[in-house]
Design a protein around this ligand. Structure first.
Ligand SMILES: NC(=O)c1ccc[n+]([C@@H]2O[C@H](COP(=O)([O-])OP(=O)(O)OC[C@H]3O[C@@H](n4cnc5c(N)ncnc54)[C@H](OP(=O)(O)O)[C@@H]3O)[C@@H](O)[C@H]2O)c1
Length: 442
């Protein structure tokens, strides 16, 4: 058995490719089922976020499993494999484990150390469990990567400072406003008339950061009014005016800065919409939606300064150096967690031998006990029989303790295999469950 991850991220693919591969919550069960249907794949889980799509799987053979995932990705995105493959990365075994730990810790994120990725890894675990696409190996790996993500945030400084895609989007708005005023620095947004489209998790973070950066008034547009109103109520010190999406044109005319962060599959603002509007001032658009909420044809329109999630690189790069230093603090912890998982997985290789050894000794114990009890005859009371039975079990458990502990202990694969062969040979064990895929490493 083999762990592999195939995927793409903001490091390997632009947003126009990533949005084609994004998997919505509704289509996730079907996608997991399609992957799991492959004979090559025993366990599978999918991480789909705005910046990455990663498919983790336990496969029969590396080549066969990876080919099956590549085929699925091509089918799902509608992109030929030749167009897709330059954007894909693949990691195997230790590298796949280490990659997931880094992702969960936020070390592979566009905004280093951002917290949303941990919730997304938790969600990947939950969806895998609910859809029964996980087995013992990935279940353990995903659970451990979640606890590792939490550990990194509580034991290092990486979690300090509320960083997210939303905070980077607000900083980009500040930077672009500063640049338009001839200063290469972040400036206050207090003079801007700001619209936020969407009222989900990312919009909540947008409101938090806008407030922190000097905004006192925001127009909030959403498909449904209830969610917008409930979000607005959580910001008593910010004047939030709620509208339905139907008022979008009017809001676009009256604002200077618009953030979009909805989960719509289709763009909600495009060039033809903007061209119809009669606007007097210039408009800055910052879209953090993936798939994008603002169509690419908007870029270059007169009086429009439009940015998507990939443009956040500019502002992220400015404070990345300081955060890279903080990220170093997490490296040892990640190595340790990766090693612990691999040791646990390695130790499973001993399970069939241990089970067989137990069964063999149990058969001897039970046979010898029966012989002894039948020799004792009817004078032996039920209580005395129980004492003798417990004695025989106690002896077997004591005998098993040292070899079982040794076989399970952390050691090199070669040492473990040597020890397993010795035990199998001297006890003449037949391993019934050696082919149980959930228990064997390779
Ligand atoms: N979560 C993250 O860490 C993260 C990070 C970066 C970027 N993003 C991107 O940001 C966007 C929003 O993410 P989120 O986590 O804030 O989502 P969310 O909490 O699920 O909220 C989704 C929002 O989108 C609206 N919406 C859904 N379908 C829509 C449609 N067809 N037309 C118009 N509005 C629609 C919802 O309106 P209702 O209230 O009416 O349902 C809600 O306001 C997504 O594109 C996501 O990929 C997310």
């Amino acid at each position: 058995m083999h762990i592999a991850v195939v995927g793409l991220s903001h490091r390997t693919a632009p947003v126009e490719i990533r949005e084609k591969l994004s998997i919505s919550d509704q289509s996730m069960p079907e996608c997991l089922r399609m992957c799991k249907n492959s004979e090559e794949i025993h366990e599978v889980s999918i991480l789909s976020t705005c910046n990455r799509l990663e498919i983790y799987c336990l496969v029969k053979t590396p080549d066969g499993g990876i080919e099956a995932i590549n085929k699925f990705l091509s089918l799902h995105s509608g992109l030929p494999q030749d167009d897709l493959s330059p954007h894909l990365f693949t990691f195997n075994q230790e590298d796949a484990v280490s990659h997931l730990m880094r992702v969960s810790a936020g070390l592979d994120s566009l905004v280093l150390g951002e917290g949303q990725i941990l919730s997304q890894v938790k969600k990947m675990l939950r969806l895998g469990q609910e859809n029964q696409s996980l087995g013992p190996i990935l279940n353990r790996l995903l659970s451990q990567s979640v606890s590792t993500g939490k550990r990194v945030r509580s034991e290092t400084n990486l979690g300090t400072g509320a960083v997210s895609i939303s905070s980077a989007a607000v900083e980009l708005a500040q930077l672009k406003l500063g640049q338009s005023l001839g200063k290469d620095e972040l400036v206050s947004l207090e003079t801007e008339s700001v619209v936020v489209v969407g009222a989900g998790r990312m919009s909540r973070l947008l409101l938090q950061h806008l407030q922190a950066k000097g905004c006192s008034k925001v127009t909030l547009l959403n498909r449904s009014s209830s969610r917008a109103e409930s979000l607005a109520a959580d910001f008593p010190d910010l004047l939030v005016e709620c509208h339905l999406l139907g008022d979008l044109d009017q809001c676009l005319c009256n604002s200077s800065l618009v953030f979009t962060s909805t989960a719509s599959d289709e763009p909600i603002i495009d060039a033809s919409r903007l061209k119809k509007l009669i606007r007097s001032n210039s408009l800055r658009l910052i879209d953090i939606g993936v798939p994008r909420n603002i169509a690419a044809d908007v870029k270059g329109l007169d009086g429009i300064d439009s940015h998507d999630v990939d443009d956040l690189q500019e502002v992220v790069a400015r404070n990345q150096e300081a955060r890279q230093q903080i990220a170093l603090e997490a490296e040892d912890l990640l190595k340790e967690e990766g090693r612990l998982f691999l040791e646990w997985w390695d130790s499973l290789e001993a399970v069939p031998t241990i089970n067989s050894l137990r069964a063999s000794l149990e058969a001897i114990r039970s046979e010898e006990l029966q012989k002894a009890l039948s020799r004792m005859g009817p004078d032996f009371s039920a209580r005395e029989r129980k004492v003798v039975e417990a004695l025989s079990k106690g002896i077997i458990n004591k005998i098993l303790h040292a070899p079982v502990t040794h076989l399970r202990a952390a050691q090199s694969r070669q040492d473990r295999q040597d020890a397993l062969h010795v035990v199998e040979r001297i006890f003449e064990l037949e391993l019934q469950s050696k082919n149980d895929s959930s228990q064997i490493k390779k």
